[in-house]
Design a protein around this ligand. Structure first.
Ligand code: NAI
Length: 286
């Protein structure tokens, strides 16, 4: 039987999550998606109306199938965690069972097990503010949505993962080098995510034979990245300064994820894998 993947953090066809889904589908995996609750209707309608058909084309000419889309808000563990204003928000009221625990239960009911879990989501409400001007609320919200969400997903999905399974998240070099403009505690959130990758690799590896890795990706003009406001500058900077002077495609990150999820990477866990045209290796711009 082919592998089954759950990819959290797809709401259009521009981001890394979509590209990872395609690479996994091209390698024969069945694709399940977790989409942020406020975006789930638009995403599903667009899928149904064929808006993404062009970008669904796989290398063999067939179209990627998404078996099921689950509404998900990775900031909430279980229904008890959801505050009243969110519960009664009209963008949330149309969907149900979208906390992490509930989604894991639904996936278990629907499919039994999965083999691959991908975390391709981040959110920092104050990302455009320098760290010095970031509020406690903004900082903790960035960590909650971008780092703890991975811990929470693993906690609930690892028990339904087949041994030998793999988990992947997406990180950014702002965790370890100064990237002015990546604010609001997002650099801190990525540092936490990378550190947690190691600890979770140990815990999930010993207990369930599950691998845990993170891809440190170069700049991509995704919806989330456009919201930060400096993405074009980052892409230009990379073009000018990286060892490989070409635009990074989402597909290249997707392919690295497919490799990490495959038996070819069976001894790789706890790693930060750079997929950035080598920019991380530069000491100075030239
Ligand atoms: P994207 O906009 O395609 O993906 C982010 C997704 O997170 C969106 O679909 C959004 O709806 C979802 N999301 C936000 N809060 C959520 C929540 N509470 N629950 C569930 N879903 C939620 O953008 P992109 O850039 O592809 O982001 C994917 C990952 O790649 C993120 O972790 C990002 O930090 C990382 N990354 C992106 C880079 C870039 O230049 N675009 C560079 C390096 C890493």
């Amino acid at each position: 039987r082919g592998k089954r993947a759950f990819i959290a953090g797809i709401a259009d066809d521009n981001g890394y999550g979509w590209a990872i889904a395609k690479s996994l589908a091209a390698a024969g995996a069945e694709i399940l998606v977790g989409t942020w609750v406020p975006a789930v209707n638009i995403f599903e309608n667009s899928l149904r109306r064929g808006k993404f058909d062009e970008s669904r084309v796989l290398p063999d000419g067939s179209l990627m199938e998404i078996t099921k889309v689950y509404p998900l808000d990775a900031v909430y563990h279980s229904p008890e965690d959801v505050p009243e204003d969110v519960k009664t928000n009209k963008r949330y009221m149309g969907s149900s069972n979208w906390t992490v625990k509930e989604v894991a239960e639904l996936v278990k009911q629907d499919f039994g097990t999965i083999d691959i879990l991908v975390h391709s989501l981040a959110n920092g409400p104050e990302v455009i503010k320098p760290l010095l001007e970031t509020s406690r609320y903004g900082y903790l919200a960035a960590i909650s949505a971008s780092s703890y969400s991975f811990v929470s997903l693993l906690k609930h999905f690892v028990p339904i993962m087949n041994p030998g399974g793999t988990t992947i998240s997406l990180t950014y070099i702002a965790s370890e080098r100064i990237i002015p403009g990546y604010g609001g505690g997002m650099s801190s959130a990525k540092a936490a995510l990378e550190s947690d990758t190691q600890v979770l690799a140990f815990e999930a590896g010993r207990k369930h034979k599950i691998r845990v890795n993170t891809i440190s990706a170069g700049p991509l003009r995704s919806r989330a990245a456009k919201a930060i406001g400096f993405i074009d500058m980052m892409i230009d900077y990379s073009l000018e300064n990286a060892p490989l002077q070409k635009e990074l495609t989402a597909e290249e990150v997707g392919n690295a994820a497919a490799f990490l999820a495959s038996p070819l990477a069976s001894a790789i866990t706890g790693a930060v894998v750079y997929v950035d045209n080598g920019l991380n290796a530069m000491g100075v711009g030239v």
